[in-house]
Design a protein around this ligand. Structure first.
Ligand SMILES: [Zn+2]
Length: 176
C-alpha cells in the first residue's frame, strides 16, 4: 500500500482547502498585447479592503498597467438556533470575547489564537457546526481563563433571567 492510499482523502481535501484559501494565483496578461510575461514594478497593499495593487510592465511591449489582487477567505457557514444558516464570522467572535474579558489578564494574541482554533474546528468539521457549539467552546475556554468574563459572557449567552441563576453559575465555577 502506497502512502497516498493511507491518507484519508476527505480530510486531506479539507486540509488543502484550509491552507490554500489565502493563496491567490493570478496570471496577469498584458491588456495591450496579451503577453503573459510581465514584471511587477510597484506594489502597494491596501489594508482597507485587503487588496494588493500592483503596477506591472509588459516585457514584450513595455507598456504599463495596474492590477488589483484580492485575497478572500473561503466562506464558512454555521447553523443558528432557529436552523437558519449564518456566515461564520471570526471578527464577531473576537469582538464578543474582547468585550467580555479583562485584556490585562488575557493577552490579545491568546484570544486570537483561540479564535483561530475555532475557525480550524469549523473548517475541518464534516457537518455544519451549530452556533451553540461555538458558544459553548468560548464558555469552556473563558471558564479556565477569566471567571468574571465567563459570567459576563454566560449571562448573555445562557440568557440568565435572575440573579439567582448567576449566583448558581458562580457556585459551579468555584467548584472547578
Ligand atoms: Zn504587452
Amino acid at each position: 500500500m502506497g502512502l497516498l492510499q493511507d491518507i484519508d482523502t476527505y480530510n486531506l481535501l479539507h486540509y488543502v482547502i484550509y491552507h490554500i484559501q489565502y493563496i491567490v494565483i493570478v496570471f496577469m496578461k498584458c491588456p495591450f498585447c496579451c503577453s503573459e510575461e510581465t514584471k511587477v514594478v510597484d506594489k502597494r497593499d491596501n489594508k482597507e479592503d485587503s487588496s494588493i495593487r500592483r503596477r506591472r510592465e509588459c516585457l514584450k511591449c513595455s507598456k504599463r498597467f495596474t492590477t488589483y489582487e484580492r485575497i478572500e477567505k473561503a466562506d464558512l457557514s454555521i447553523e443558528k438556533k432557529d436552523g437558519s444558516l449564518e456566515r461564520f464570522d471570526t471578527e464577531k467572535i473576537l469582538k464578543g470575547i474582547k468585550k467580555a474579558v479583562d485584556l490585562d489578564k488575557i493577552p490579545e494574541e491568546e484570544i486570537e489564537d483561540f479564535v483561530d482554533e475555532i475557525e480550524r474546528y469549523v473548517f475541518n468539521k464534516d457537518e455544519i457546526v451549530r452556533s451553540e457549539e461555538i458558544g459553548l467552546m468560548v464558555l469552556d475556554w473563558l471558564k479556565t481563563k477569566d471567571s468574571l468574563a465567563y459570567i459576563r459572557f454566560a449571562s448573555v449567552y445562557k440568557d440568565f433571567k435572575s440573579l439567582d441563576e448567576i449566583v448558581n453559575e458562580i457556585k459551579v465555577i468555584q467548584k472547578i
